[in-house]
Design a protein. Sequence first.
Length: 414
Amino acid sequence: MKFDTSLLHGGYGPDKANGATLPPISQNTAFAAGTAEELEAIFANRKPGFVYSRVSNPSVSSFERRMAYLESGIGAVACNSGMAAITTALLGFLRAGDELLSASGIFGGTCSLFNGFEDLGIHTIYVPDSRAVSFEQAFTPNTKAVFVESIGNPKLDVPDIAALSALCEQHGALLVVDATMATPYLYKPLTLGAHLLVHSTSKFINGSSSAIGGVLVDSGRIKWDLERFPSLKPYRKFGPMAYLAKLREGVYRDYGVCMPPLHAYLNGIGLETLGVRMERICDNAFKLAQALEHTPGVVQVTYPGLSSHPDHAVAEKQFGGHFGPMVTLRVGSWENAFSVLNALRYCTIASNIGDARTLVLHPASSIYHEYTKEQRLRMGVSDDLIRVSVGLEDTDDLIEDFRNALQAVRGDEE
């Protein structure tokens, strides 16, 4: 089954009860059991079933099956946000005294989360870039996980997943990949050796900014060393499903991070058009990046599809001819960045990514405002950086819009 077909048919068919072609919205909290014995069996994991939507829900389960199928995993857990998915994924096996290695050029909200992990006794070490050789130098005996983004946001670096996976296997650590930016349209990190995968489904999976959500997918290939990961010991009886069982009976249930049924429905609708949207978005992004490289007023353009990008070869190897939905450009100063954003006609100033519309942002004054200038530079956020989450507009209109905005700024300077 090829990609676009799998979006429509993978892990899902018409509803068996009434033939509905879309998964029904089970907008309810509790589920009745036929007998006390049946409910007992469900709680004891001897029988499948639904009890309470904080643990599982038919609408959410349908979305989870589709995402697991699409990402070649053995199962998925859908959460109420991408941040909740990252939190659930990592707290499912990390504990006080453990260390987490992370790429430095990741989403500012994730950095904030990792800083909060310090209060739980989980220490994060930030690696200067996402290359395996840099991570290798940072490993310690306490390193239990490596975290990278499929395409760094907003650094736009591209990690070599196979190389990082081999490194993690050597050190007994898990490789966790936030695949939000690449989506399964570009590649599937679990097939390259990643152990766990997370998405903020609010972005490209949803595609229209209509529903918050997140999901984590388990590869099923984790060889749990129960001495290094003792919190998994009570779940060894579940075999390859041990981690997912722990989440259902632990972090996911206890932290209340469940995805609402309506959001599962809306994210599922968005999922069905992911292929055609990403094809257009990636094509737009590539052409926009090429045009901006030769536009006066632009100091630097960063895009994995450009030969000037340091990770271009890795992106070519992993992404199959497309290079992602985001472009960044530098325009000389904080003030110039504001002027360009305010002069754009077709682009929306917003902090989200993955919309049908092109969204633009000055990261230094928004998502990364709480960090010092030195910290921002380590994250790849200069004062003059503009982040562009490319949308579905006509390419020529986008190029013209940026050229006009940049020309207006140059005119003001003159």
